[in-house]
Design a protein around this ligand. Sequence first.
Ligand SMILES: [Fe+2]
Length: 309
Amino acid sequence: MNNDTVYYDAAISDDLRRKRLFEGQLFVYSPRPTTLAFVEFARSMIEEAFAGRDPRTAQDAMDVQQYAAVLGKLKPAFIHHPESKRHLQAILEEFGCDLGRTYFDVPRMRSSTSGDYLTTGIAFAWHAHRDTWFSAPPCQVNWWMPIYDIESENAMAFHPRYWTRPVNNSSGGYNYYKWNKLHRGANVAKMTKEDNRPMPRATEPMDLDPQVRLICPAGGIILFSAAQMHSSVPNTSGVTRFSIDFRTVDLDDAKARRGAPNVDSSSTGTVMRDFIRGSDLSRVPDDVVALYDDETTAEGDLVYTPQGA
Ligand SMILES: [Fe+2]
């Protein structure tokens, strides 16, 4: 089947939706009560952090180090806030996911400043990548939601031709455990000029056009497979974009090793231990994690133990 479809507000089961996602299709949903509640919560944290400044234009009035320091406090506070997990549970339930089988990771808050103000560290501008280059399992589903309205000039982009087309890339040098050991906890808020973290990336020129940018209102949500090639659009909109993303894995998919085809990823280690179950926040069972692990786990102290699990 070709990856040629964007489903809009599709009223289908989560099982069928994941099947379509693993075929490379995209889903976009209008704002719903649970997503709007999460956006409202995120906005209150952002607006408090910027102390009365409009967060979308605060970059114009702030020194970049000072700005990065604000994000450096705000983002971890959001990620680890207990309310964030409750919002995710509510969203997954509203979207028809079985919470007894659906595992999620902590939601990340992202920002994309306009122009060249800040594109490294705490506000990293993502080059084209697949999450599977970063040790995501083929059954992972990504959820992405704007916190304020977006436009084409500050959106994210998909590069659908790469669903079936392999790209030479450096994912073979990426091991999730080593990455955590070396870079987790690094003070990314201080990386305002350069960002030397060795992220997997294409090692050959790519054709990023034609590309697809899905524009939904704040609280709308976009679903895509972890194998989908995507990037941050260079922000030329004049305002900062704030968004939330999180990832899910269905236990039945994980057990059956269902998911998107792997065309070019050779990362090692797995992010499977980061996921917690929707119903009770328990971790993915060890025997299931083992299906995705490799000999790099033998370096036992490198295995990351997630917070809140
Ligand atoms: Fe990504």
